[in-house]
Design a protein around this ligand. Structure first.
Ligand code: 6GU
Length: 232
């Protein structure tokens, strides 16, 4: 998969993909991430990428021309399966959307900034608007990093058996069960006996029960969805 990210602050995105699983995905040739500074596509002495909103009001708006120039430059090279705009008014990112995006070949992400982007960009180029939660970030870069991380680890071959996404929270609409490692007793706190028993079937049942209970307690919304999907 190739992901191109367009941003007014590409420096913000230099570190998140350079470690751990996403680093390995790139080394294995399964993922390419390319950052593009929007300012390089702006013209004029000041390389202006934002301007005052028509009709007045606070904040600046991302201009049409630099974004169009950047999109058209990239789209000359390849077709994009998705052109994503990160914005608090987008579709909420969830595991189902991550799974869907992980099947794509080429994804282009425009990071929202300032008061947002001129609406004509959204109308003409954007295929999907994505938000990472109901709160406001100073810019779309961190949201783009979240999307790339959550999607990148799902690309086939990126995770091995040990880190398999099959056991993640949310992958079957349930939260993950509690986990423990050595020592088996710490300050009088014991690891549940079943996990030390070596009895695989009982361990699996325990984990499933814990997942169900945890989801019921913490995320009744997910729990009701799960009951609807699978029944108990
Ligand atoms: Cl994608 N952008 C911004 N600026 N804030 C957000 C967001 C995105 N998702 C949640 N909050």
């Amino acid at each position: 998969m190739r992901i191109d990210i367009i941003s007014v602050l590409p420096e913000l995105l230099e570190s998140p993909f350079s470690h751990s699983i996403l680093k390995r995905a790139q080394q294995k040739g399964l993922l390419e991430v390319h950052l593009h500074a929007l300012r390089n596509f702006a013209s004029g002495k000041h390389k202006q990428v934002d301007d005052y909103p028509f009709g007045g009001g606070a904040g600046m708006v991302m201009k049409v021309e630099p974004i169009a120039a950047c999109f058209e430059h990239l789209q000359e090279e390849r077709d994009y399966d998705e052109v994503i705009y990160t914005s608090p008014d987008g579709q909420l990112l969830d595991q189902a959307l991550c799974n869907e995006l992980s099947m794509k070949q080429n994804i282009l992400i425009l990071c929202g900034h300032y008061k947002g982007v001129d609406e004509r960009i959204r109308e003409k180029y954007i295929t999907r608007e994505v938000s990472i939660g109901d709160y406001v970030l100073s810019g779309g870069e961190l949201a783009a990093a979240v999307i790339v991380d959550a999607v990148g680890r799902l690309i086939p071959g990126v995770l091995n058996d040990e880190t398999s996404a099959l056991f993640d929270s949310f992958q079957d609409s349930l939260l993950a069960p509690p986990v423990y490692t050595r020592p088996a007793e710490w300050r009088g706190m014991q690891v549940p006996d079943v996990l030390l028993s070596g009895h695989e079937k009982k361990i699996e049942e325990w984990r499933h029960d814990q997942s169900v209970q945890r989801t019921k307690d913490r995320r009744p919304d997910l729990y009701n969805k799960w009951v609807g999907e699978e029944g108990e």
